[in-house]
Design a protein around this ligand. Structure first.
Ligand code: DOR
Ligand code: ZN
Length: 430
């Protein structure tokens, strides 16, 4: 076992929203833990690496709560190793992965198998969501109570598929509530599960056109969050009407939500470098929807920015697989496109990429409080760079932002006191 080095971060601008900190300070990391935040800490500790972080931002490790790692089953797209390298490169110290693997994460054995792989291969902290229904087919519930009892499972989702039957959704929510773990539904039609095959009585709402039912699902599920008391965290919201429902019920019912950089920054008129509209689910929406998503983010209706990092091979994309990768671009995009123009504050960006995901999924992190594990991200706001998928750590290349020129990037990622990325170079410690 490699001995943990002690680290002294000198002279950074430390922003830690949950502890009300925004000041120039040193941060001392001893034996993997945050030891002290103070001005002018002297490096009088054994085996200490002093890092000058002046003119840099030091924040609680970023948390990405919607990641497809694809392992087990689709290792040609991504693996725990490449996905966690991609996270480290992007400044994320903790990620939460989706259960639509093969086999899916719908039984406790699958959770244990995944956790074993994570222990062997991960460079960052990884938790998982488990399926709401068996194989995410929407027919029978998983053993939500048992799955929710596992410490590695932090939420439930049938990612990629909506839960169409209202009865299953309501029962699923009441079971998730037993372990006080959120249920995070995907509120869109999918290629295999569409509202058109179900009646209004089964769905609990009158179905609209395919891919236009997000707000119907959200409105229905807010009702069930209310009746069951279960926390519902809506995955990647994308429509004005969805935001309007969530705005109305936030604070009354236990609901939170996330959106993605692509739904915040791109509308359906966008063409990527190959001249195509990026194929993603939910699809890119209208300019009006994009405006309402941005407004929702500023007003705090949207709690979290999460990329829905969805790696696919070139052939799978050609064959129509929806999804875009995101972990290596989220930070630069949010800083360049939203923080720099003053649409959201630096503090709000950190809240939505660290403080809130930690709180919502009840996982460690989101704080630089002394005595907690030293998960820290260091950001250079002035670093100019161009998105080039050929430099990505991810195995896949399906970014809609190829060629974008950005300012602002993570320059160091520290997980439990170990530097796993420095100046863009990912470092494995075993
Ligand atoms: O575009 C998407 N791709 N949206 C999803 O919800 C699922 C994901 C995937 O698994 O590729
Ligand atoms: Zn997803």
């Amino acid at each position: 076992m490699l001995k943990k080095k002690n680290i002294l971060l000198k002279n950074g601008r430390v922003i830690d929203p949950i502890n009300g900190i925004d000041s120039i300070s040193d941060v001392l990391i001893i034996d993997g833990m945050i030891s002290m935040l103070s001005q002018s800490i002297k490096p009088e500790y054994e085996d200490i690496e002093v890092v000058d972080v002046s003119r840099k931002i030091v924040v609680p490790g970023l948390i990405e709560c919607h990641v497809h790692l694809r392992e087990p089953g689709y290792e040609d797209k991504e693996t725990i190793e490449t996905g966690s390298r991609s996270a480290a490169k992007g400044g994320f110290t903790t990620i939460i992965c989706e259960p639509n693997t093969n086999p899916p994460i719908d039984e406790i054995e699958a959770v244990e198998n995944l956790m074993g792989r994570i222990k062997d291969k991960a460079l960052v902290n990884i938790y998982t969501k488990a399926c709401i229904t068996k194989s995410s087919k929407g027919e029978a519930l998983t053993d939500i109570e048992k799955l929710g009892g596992h410490s590695g499972v932090v939420a439930f989702s049938d990612d990629g598929n909506p839960v169409l039957k209202k009865g299953l959704m309501e029962k699923g929510l009441s079971l998730a509530e037993l372990n006080k773990k959120p249920l995070s539904p995907h509120c869109e039609d999918s290629a295999s599960l569409s509202v058109k095959d179900f009646s209004e009585a089964e769905l609990g709402f009158s179905p609209g056109k395919i891919f236009e039912n997000e707000a119907n699902f959200i409105s229905r599920d807010i009702g069930y969050a209310r009746s069951t008391g279960c926390h519902v965290h809506f995955s990647h919201v994308s429509l004005r009407e969805s935001i309007d429902h969530i705005r109305k019920w936030k604070g009354v019912v236990n609901i939170t939500c996330e959106t993605t950089p692509h739904h915040l920054l791109l509308d359906r008129s966008y063409r990527d470098i190959s001249g195509e509209v990026p194929n993603v689910n939910p699809p890119l929406r209208s300019q009006d929807d994009v405006e309402s998503i941005k407004k929702g983010l500023c007003e705090g209706v949207i709690d979290v920015i999460a990329s829905d990092h969805a790696p696919h091979t070139v052939d799978d994309k050609k064959a129509g697989a929806p999804g875009v990768i995101g972990m290596e671009t989220t930070l630069g995009l949010i800083f360049n496109e939203l923080v720099r123009p003053g649409i959201i504050s630096l503090k709000d960006a950190i809240i939505k990429m660290s403080t809130n995901p930690a709180k919502i999924f009840k996982i460690p992190g989101g704080s630089l409080l002394p005595g907690t594990s030293a998960d820290v991200t260091i950001i250079d706001m002035d670093k100019e760079w161009e998105v080039d998928v050929n430099n990505f750590e991810s195995k896949s290349r399906n970014s809609p932002f190829q060629g974008w020129k950005l300012k602002g990037q993570a320059v160091m990622t520290i997980v439990a006191g170990k530097i796993v990325m420095k100046d863009g170079v990912v470092i494995r410690h075993r």
